[in-house]
Design a binder for this molecule. Structure first.
Ligand SMILES: Cc1ncc(COP(=O)(O)O)c(C=O)c1O
Length: 370
């Protein structure tokens, strides 16, 4: 059989599907640009992980042993952190893994998942991989959710609605009442609170009374463990039992588990870093607001989305893209999106104070020459 024949055996749709647009690895870029990179494109934590987590990993004696498929120690530690019983907690290889598990649990090929763009690209990606049908209900002015639009998009084939709160890349949160309205529509509402620690709001308190609500969280952002991949879901204990049953047995590896537990013993230190990043986000917001050609949107996360004005007679590339390219040449990475509605925007992660200073200086320079 030749490779064309093999390709014909694949599930139709997967060959044509659009892959996920990942950010570039820092070491590859540092080699390419030959300089230190200021990385403000991945919403990572520049304060690194907790020293306690790094110490535990350096001395960890069991790398040769498989992890606990039932994640008992980590779920117990998370129970202390969240106030949820262990039976209502399931951990994943990052919250990306939980997005995948939720869709695999509820969505059969052809069934529908509601998505509210602009939002996190893993929802459309994962819906495609599991053969579901994505139904986009775009956000309205200033990126608020279109609750009426969502209600009227519900059909008998709807299974899940995904809402990121705070939303990536727009930074706003969903309200408790909006979630309650969506829960009433009778399908699963997955609220992705990856940036929960940077904002003031959560809908997790609604989980005990609403078995169709699943809240997702992660250690990637506040705890600086993006590279170790640990996320978790808070949900009804029966849903948690199904998620535990269908997940890969060793989805959270021993290093991720040990580092996450150590982080939960170092919450005060990590909260200090979160506060520093919130201050830097707010300082960046204030500084960008001074520029007549930048409009930052308020954010409850560790990043800001900014709309960039167009310059007269500057060609077809958007000013946002030219800024991204100019900053990149100076070793500063920010996120630009080709997707409709975002081509005039940049997403900038909160960084160290010196990163903000370097960014602000470079932005003016690039704008003046672009
Ligand atoms: C809204 C949202 N959810 C989930 C994730 C992924 O989190 P994790 O690293 O736990 O897979 C991200 C990462 O950028 C995100 O923005």
């Amino acid at each position: 059989m030749d490779i064309d024949g093999v390709e014909k055996l694949m599930r139709p749709g997967l060959a044509a599907m659009r892959g996920y647009d990942p950010v570039e690895p820092i070491d590859v870029l540092e080699r390419e640009l030959g300089r230190r990179i200021i990385k403000l494109d991945g919403n990572e934590n520049p304060y690194l992980s907790s020293p306690r987590a790094r110490e535990v990993l350096a001395r960890f004696p069991y790398y040769h042993i498989y992890p606990d498929p039932l994640q008992r120690n980590l779920r117990q530690a998370l129970s202390g952190y969240t106030g949820f019983p262990e039976e209502s907690i399931v951990c994943g290889n990052g919250s990306d893994d939980l997005i995948d598990l939720v869709l695999r649990l509820f969505v059969r090929p052809g069934e529908e998942v509601l998505n509210c763009p602009p939002t996190f690209g893993m929802y459309p990606f994962t819906v495609s991989v599991c053969g579901g049908t994505l139904v986009d209900v775009p956000r309205v002015a200033d990126f608020d959710l279109d609750i009426d639009g969502l209600r009227s998009a519900v059909t008998e084939r709807t299974r899940v609605i995904f809402i990121a709160s705070p939303n990536n890349p727009t930074g706003g949160t969903v309200t408790r009442n909006e979630v309650l309205e969506l829960l009433r529509a009778g399908h699963v509402v997955a609220v992705d609170e990856a940036y929960y620690e940077f904002g003031e709001s959560s809908v997790a308190a609604l989980v005990p009374d609403n078995p169709n609500l699943i809240v997702l969280r992660t250690f990637s952002k506040w705890a600086g463990l993006a590279g170790l991949r640990v996320g978790y879901a808070l949900c009804h204990e029966r849903i948690a039992a199904y998620l535990l049953k269908i997940k890969q047995p060793y989805n959270v590896n021993v290093a991720g588990e040990a580092a996450a537990i150590a982080s939960l013993q170092d919450v005060e230190y990590l909260r200090g870093n979160v506060e520093k990043l919130k201050r830097e986000r707010d300082r960046l917001f204030a500084q960008l607001s001074q520029l007549s050609w930048m409009k930052p949107f308020p954010s409850q996360a560790n990043f800001l989305l900014c709309r960039v004005a167009e310059k007269d007679g500057a060609g077809t590339t958007t000013a946002a893209k030219r800024l991204r390219d100019g900053l990149r040449k100076r070793g500063i990475l920010v996120r630009f999106y080709e997707s409709p509605g975002l081509r005039d925007c940049l997403r900038i992660s909160a960084g160290l104070p010196e990163d903000t200073d370097a960014l602000l200086a470079a932005l003016e320079e690039v704008w003046n020459e672009a």
